[in-house]
Design a protein around this ligand. Structure first.
Ligand SMILES: [Zn+2]
Length: 504
């Protein structure tokens, strides 16, 4: 009997490997949509995406796959290793979900996702909400339909959180966000009156081709392998792990400053190095050989962005290098001065350019709007006005245009409601991971100061990446840090960093 189950598992594995190849071609097409697509090709691409989604769904829900999975899930657990059993459970659940979802919804979701992306691009360029809101309304019809099929036991917003991080619940997120909100308000009340103590980043003309050269140099120094990935530009920076040997990153550069284009690249590098570091060879193309949910994924990007790139030690190393490329533009500035400017606290309209103290407020704004949308308190058409009201309440200003408010992010266009909280939760995890690394290796700041990032990446590889998808986020955090996720650690980090910077 045991032999029979083993054979079935091997058959399943080889079929999953074939399906993984199809999925990768679909991902590549999704990357192309965001990076390379000619303007008039959007409608055709939308048809292609929905055909691919339909094909993948049909292949995965074939009766033989169902038969294998139903046999394996009933087999004695002891027949399999821990990883194999994880794969069986995960695939069984995925199969059940796909059957419940049905081909029609899968096709509609894919088509809406790619139509949504073009509608968002157009709306943002034209600063209009009406047409785009039609797409959002379609999402607000489709998403509850999907949630009711897959997660009938969860509230509408918890069903969204479940998509991005299994087991994550509103009831856990809300108290953390509440204490963060209070703590940040206190810190901002102290720092904002002293805002002028720190100068803004120097504006100048920084040619893009030179920024790209510096960006690629830094990406390689951090440990992103360009032989197993590539870097391009797109209007919204993102990363995509098509395969551990084919990881795509994008960033966007502006010519009047240099900090943010490289910052976005460092962020995406964090995602990319996580994708390149998964334990693929142990169990290729099976669920255990993948990354964890989005809280952990964001913890990896924000680890490099916040704990490394935005640290004083980093600029001791990197500023002279940047200066050697832009000697005229950055003349007469010291590394410490640049570090302070790059961390200047200043409430602004754009989330991805926000400083660390106001960034979580941008997330809270979106999180609160999403929960109100999913509880029925507000409607899609209320979003622009509700955005302005929240912005006033949390950040103290009303954005002057739709492009600077409700149209600034791509997420809702492709139905990614419930994603935003993962950024701030990810930042909290990143901080706790870094605290643990520093306790184990007190010399970590010397490594950063001398541009040695390999030992840091190795630590992440061993403690986080090599785990693959086996542990749920809270288990992984507990295993690495020996403590739970907590807003109070994050507030302590922010206090220690920002109060001295403002002479407090
Ligand atoms: Zn990210």
């Amino acid at each position: 009997m045991e032999m029979k189950h083993r054979n079935t598992y091997e058959q399943l594995k080889s079929e999953m490997s074939r399906l993984a190849s199809i999925r990768r071609v679909a991902s590549l097409s999704h990357w192309d949509t965001q990076v390379m697509l000619p303007q008039h090709a959007a409608a055709e691409r939308s048809k292609q995406s929905s055909a691919m989604a339909q094909l993948m769904h049909r292949e995965f829900t074939k009766p033989e796959i169902g038969n294998w999975l139903f046999e394996l899930i009933e087999a004695p657990e002891a027949t399999f290793s821990q990883r194999e059993w994880f794969n069986i459970k995960k695939l069984h659940r995925g199969f059940e979900h796909s059957i419940k979802l049905g081909e029609d919804i899968v096709r509609r979701r894919a088509s809406l996702s790619s139509r949504g992306y073009s509608a968002w691009q157009k709306a943002k360029a034209e600063n209009t909400f009406a047409q785009y809101s039609e797409v959002l309304k379609e999402w607000m019809d489709l998403i509850p339909e999907i949630s009711a099929k897959l997660y009938p036991e969860l509230s509408p917003y918890n069903a969204r959180l479940e998509v991005y991080e299994e087991g994550l619940r509103l009831e856990q997120v809300e108290p953390q966000f509440q204490s963060l909100k209070l703590g940040l308000k206190r810190l901002l009340d102290m720092t904002l009156p002293k805002m002028d103590l720190v100068k803004p980043l120097p504006k100048n003309y920084y040619p893009v081709d030179q920024q790209i050269r510096v960006g690629h140099f830094l990406a390689t120094a951090l440990g992103f392998d360009l032989k197993r990935g590539r870097i391009d530009t797109s209007s919204h920076p993102f990363s995509m792990g098509i395969h551990p040997n084919d990881v795509r990153l994008t960033t966007r550069y502006s010519t009047d400053e240099i900090f943010y284009g490289i910052k976005s690249l460092v962020h995406e590098c964090g995602h990319g190095m996580y994708e390149q570091g998964i334990p693929y060879e142990l169990d290729p193309d099976m669920p255990s050989a993948s990354t964890r949910g989005m809280v952990i994924h964001e913890s990896q990007s924000l680890f490099w962005e916040r704990m490394i790139y935005k640290s004083a030690s980093f600029w001791e190393w990197f500023f002279p290098i940047l200066q050697s490329h832009f000697s005229k533009e950055l003349f007469g500035i010291s590394p410490y001065e640049y570090y302070r400017s790059s961390n200047r606290v200043c409430p602004g309209f754009i989330r991805i350019d926000a400083d660390e103290l106001t960034y979580p407020l941008h997330i809270l704004l979106r999180f609160e709007l999403e929960t109100e949308l999913f509880s029925g308190k507000i409607k899609v058409t209320d979003l622009p006005e509700a955005w302005n009201a929240k912005s006033q309440e949390l950040l103290g200003f009303t954005p002057p245009s739709l492009s600077l408010s409700v149209l600034q992010d791509v997420h809702w266009a492709d139905g990614s409601f419930g994603y935003f909280p993962t950024y701030t939760l990810g930042a909290m995890v990143a901080n706790q991971f870094f605290n643990k690394l520093r306790t184990t290796h007190p010399e970590v700041n010397d490594w950063i100061r001398s541009g040695q990032f390999q030992p840091i990446l190795n630590w992440l590889r061993q403690n986080v990446h090599q785990e693959g998808a086996l542990l749920e986020a809270p288990e992984l955090i507990q295993k690495v840090c020996h403590e739970n996720l907590s807003a109070s650690h994050y507030l302590t980090y922010l206090e220690k960093k920002y109060l001295p910077m403002y002479g407090l």
